[in-house]
Design a protein around this ligand. Structure first.
Ligand SMILES: Cc1ncc(COP(=O)(O)O)c(C=O)c1O
Length: 345
């Protein structure tokens, strides 16, 4: 059965154009820097984000980990959102592999960390304390609803960081969604950041891969650490070829995913038994709950939705997340609404 898959934008399969480009990609050994397609992807990523250099990495998790490892020494502390992917969903890599300690700060409903909370979390110079080294922001903030952070907010955090001799890393897994939603250039969002990670393999549809972007010196160090982690890849131009299409084409069409998410949310608001979050969606994620009068739980509804050909993600026993992407068209929106109606009644 061909499912309508709304569990995540990570489920996107490559387009026929990507598969063709992958088959025809010119390749070489990327550990020797001999892969022209990877070199082109890295140059393009750096240029599009307005930074000096970029590194192609297998996953967003590795990109974030490398950023933390380059910025921090063992025993250093990193200020992260308590609802951030780095803190919750990266297998504790920063502590296990970097000896780095997380200092979680409450994410506000709009995805931000309050500036006062950040300030209060910066350690004073004291022989007892770890050294605060880095602030991490997530844009878009996934758990807070796929909400985009603004250029002004990012600039304020950047200024706060640099005034306090800290670095700013942006986990921009979906930074192009954040830019599209605000109708701004991605450079406006990342200019204050010392390093940025973004994913090719989510809304940008590539099968694998993320980019870490920063200064030339930073990326040279990250390249060394990527090798240490076993992430030095060989004829990986076959993957980079899809990534180039992600950057050149897919970054320009994310507005369609956002519009479909909005259409889906508007339609689901009219379905008895569902309560869509008030401001949802901000980008390509629709968050909703079962209303109190529904006796069934989200896992059970998820199973029934699957029987109707629609895959959705149950966040907990009452809550769902639905993510639109390249392969979700208007017909898929219609089918999802009717699958919910049937699953609930
Ligand atoms: C906000 C955010 N950061 C980082 C990642 C990690 O990406 P990957 O799954 O490629 O490791 C994800 C993945 O879903 C994410 O949502």
């Amino acid at each position: 059965m061909d499912y309508i898959d709304l569990r995540s934008d990570t489920v996107t399969k490559p387009t026929p154009e990507m598969r063709e480009a992958m088959a025809e990609a010119e390749v070489g050994d990327d550990v020797y820097r001999d892969d022209p397609t990877v070199n082109r992807l890295e140059e393009l990523a750096a240029e599009m984000l307005g930074k000096e250099a970029a590194l192609f990495v297998p996953s967003g998790t590795m990109g974030n980990l490398l950023a933390l490892l380059v910025h921090c020494q063992r025993g250093d502390e990193v200020i992260v959102g308590n609802q951030s992917h780095i803190y919750l969903n990266e297998a504790g890599g920063m502590s296990a592999l970097g000896g780095i300690q997380a200092c979680p700060v409450k994410n506000q409903p709009d995805g931000t960390l309050a500036l006062d909370d950040i300030l209060a979390s910066i350690r004073t110079e004291d022989v007892h304390h770890p050294i605060t080294r880095l602030i991490c922001l997530e844009n878009t903030q996934n758990i807070c609803g796929g909400v985009p952070l603004t250029p002004d907010y990012t600039r304020e955090v950047g200024e706060l960081a640099h005034r306090n001799h800290l670095f700013l890393h942006v986990d921009g897994a979906r930074i192009f969604n954040a830019a599209a939603a605000q109708n701004i250039r991605v450079t406006d969002l990342v200019e204050p950041a010392d390093s940025v990670m973004f994913c090719l393999s989510k809304g940008l549809v590539a099968p694998i891969g993320s980019m870490l972007v920063s200064t030339g010196k930073f990326i040279a160090r990250a390249r060394h650490l990527r090798k240490m982690l076993g992430g030095g890849m060989r004829q990986v131009g076959v993957l980079a070829a899809a990534g180039i299409i992600s950057l050149e084409k897919m970054t320009k069409r994310l507005g369609h995913d956002h519009a479909r998410a909005k259409k889906l949310a508007d339609r689901l608001r009219k379905v008895n038994g569902l309560v869509v979050d008030q401001n949802s969606p901000y980008t390509n994620m629709v968050y909703l709950n079962l209303s109190d009068d529904v006796q069934s739980n989200a896992q059970h509804i998820t199973q029934k939705m699957k029987d109707h050909g629609v895959l959705v993600d149950a966040e907990n026993s009452r809550r769902f997340r639905l993510v639109t992407h390249y392969w979700i068209d208007d017909q898929a929106v219609d089918k999802t609404v009717s699958a919910f109606q049937r699953a609930l009644h």
